[in-house]
Structures are given as C-alpha cells and as structure tokens.
Design a protein around this ligand. Sequence first.
Ligand SMILES: *Cc1c(COP(=O)(O)O)cnc(C)c1O
Length: 355
Amino acid sequence: MHHRLFTPGPTEVRPEILKELSTPQIHHRAPEFSSLYAEIQAKLQALLYTENPVLLFTSSSTGAMESAVTNLVEKRCLNLVNGAFSERWHEITSGNGVPCDAFELPWDVAIKPEMVDEQLRTGKYDAVTLVFNETSTGMMNPLPEIADVVRQHPDVFLLVDAVSGMAGAKIETDKLGIDFVLAGVQKAFALPAGLAVAAVSERAFARAEAVPPRSYYFNLNHMYKSHKKNQTPSTPAIPHMYALKAQLDDMFEEGIENRFARHDKMATIVQAWAKKHFDIYPEEGYWSKTLTCVKNTREVDVSGMIAALIEKYGVRISNGYGAIKGKTFRIAHMGDTQIDEIEGLLRVIEIELGL
Ligand SMILES: *Cc1c(COP(=O)(O)O)cnc(C)c1O
C-alpha cells in the first residue's frame, strides 16, 4: 500500500505527474528538447520573479549547493548556520577546500539581519550562504531583511538554499538581489527527486569566470554556455523535465499567488493545532510556511506514533532531525497538499494520540 507522504521531502507526487515520467524518450540535442527546456525556463523565471537564467541540475539539491560555493567564492565565504542543512552547507564549503567560516546560532533561533551585517562589516567575506527555510527545524529565516543587509555590501554575493521554500513561498529574486537561489524539486514542487534548479545572476557568472574551477560537473560557466542554446552540458534527467513542465503548467493554472496563499493557510492551521496540543520548536515570528516542527511537550513516543500512523492510516510524517529527533516531529504542508488533506491528517494524529 502506498503511504501518503506528509514529510518535508520527498513530498507526495500526484499520479498524473508521475505519468509524465513515462513520456517517450527524446534526444537531448534535438530541437524538441530545446523547446521543452525553453518552456520550463520561462515558467521558472516567472515563479522566481527573475530575469536571471534558471539552470537545471541533474542532481539533488546538494549538487546545486556545491555548485554555488565551488564557483562563487573568490575570497572567503560566510556560512550562516542554525540547523542541519545550513550546517551541511558549511561542510560542503569547507569540504571542497573553499575558505569559509560558520556563524552558528542555536537551532531554534532565527538569523537576524543585524547579525549578518556585523559579520560582513569585517570585510573578510565575498559570499554568504543562507538557508531560507530550515527543513530540520521548521524555521523560515527572514530572507528579505537579510537580503537588504547583504545588498549594502556590494562585493558580497548572497547564496540561498530555498529547497523546501521555493514554489511554496514567494521569493522575489531580482528585487532582493539574490545571486544564487536553489531548490531540489522533491519538496514544495511536489515532484520526484532527481532535479535541482538555481537562478543565477549575471555578476555570478562573471565571478565564476574569475574563480579557478573547483568542479567539472557543477561548473556554472559550462552550464551557462549550454543554457544559451537551451541545452545542458551533459545528458539531463529528461523524464523529470517532462514532469517539471507539467507541474509548472499546473502551478500557473492554480496561480502562483494562490499557491502561496494556500501554503499560508495550511501553515496557519497546523501552527494553531501545534500550539493547542504541543508547542512549536523555532522562535515565534519565524515559523515556516511549508512545514511545522512540533515541539514534543507531551513526550509522546514519536517513532511509535509515526509507525502507527503508517500502519493504521497509511500516512507518513517525519521525526525530528538529528539532535532533536524524538524531541520534535515534523509535518509538511507543502506542494500539492490541500487544506482538507491537512485537516484530515491532524484529525488522525488526534485520534492516534487520544487528544
Ligand atoms: C532536503 C534539503 C536539502 C538537501 O536536499 P537533497 O535534495 O537531498 O540534496 C538541502 N537543504 C534543505 C533546506 C533541504 O530541505
């Protein structure tokens, strides 16, 4: 039996989108491929409020995170860390031999613009990494406010992991001046894993030319050169591209503003439920629009609850991540999930826990 996913990645994929994966194979140097690429391109740009090229990576999000830091740091990178994925971006940066420092906060505390300003004022950095929506903690860091601060430091590039936020929350890439914003498609895009996308600024490509190449597969200038021909340098995950195109068509059919509003509404419902029966893990005012990290104040056996939900109701939610496993659990309200489905999920959790 299929277990309906309410996990913050991968998320539930609609059967009609899964069918797109079986579209007969085309050749990636054929004109029909370039048409497919161009159609996806225009829609991704609209979704991200940008005129920047949006590159396609045949990899999960981690590949695009690696691409950002291997191509776009000339001097030194500041990694803002307040959760598992921002910590991982620091590991990716240092692991590739890129000079960097981590600015670390407790996992339940949001990154504030003043903190970023203070770090950038040292003049040590020419790039900063930020995880917009920390999937490990259900924290939405204040991206617009942080972007305002970063823009006051003209040599510093803003690199954003928006993996579990993009396509669920609005990201005004050009207005905020984001140089690199990435996401894998298995979160709020509600597609199977295997592709990542990233909008990349013109000045980022210029810097990538100047930085000694640290990566071949994720070389931004190779990708940009192909991009101009509506192609990719190597053979991409073409079936996923059909699914992405269909999903983007559906998103614009719903209306992207409506899609964001639906996510806001689901977030409000789950947050109210979590406050009523438990508590919410991250600092108030920074709760995610796409998932809620519930603080296990009733000390329920989280693993047992998750197993029971799967067995009795065929629904899967997520345990807490890493150090906060068992102390928290996570409910995703992203992608194509509808309000009645979220309400139904909350109801079965209540029944299971006798709330
Ligand atoms: C899921 C996730 C990642 C890692 O994604 P992969 O697609 O598994 O590489 C990175 N950052 C955030 C915020 C995520 O939610």
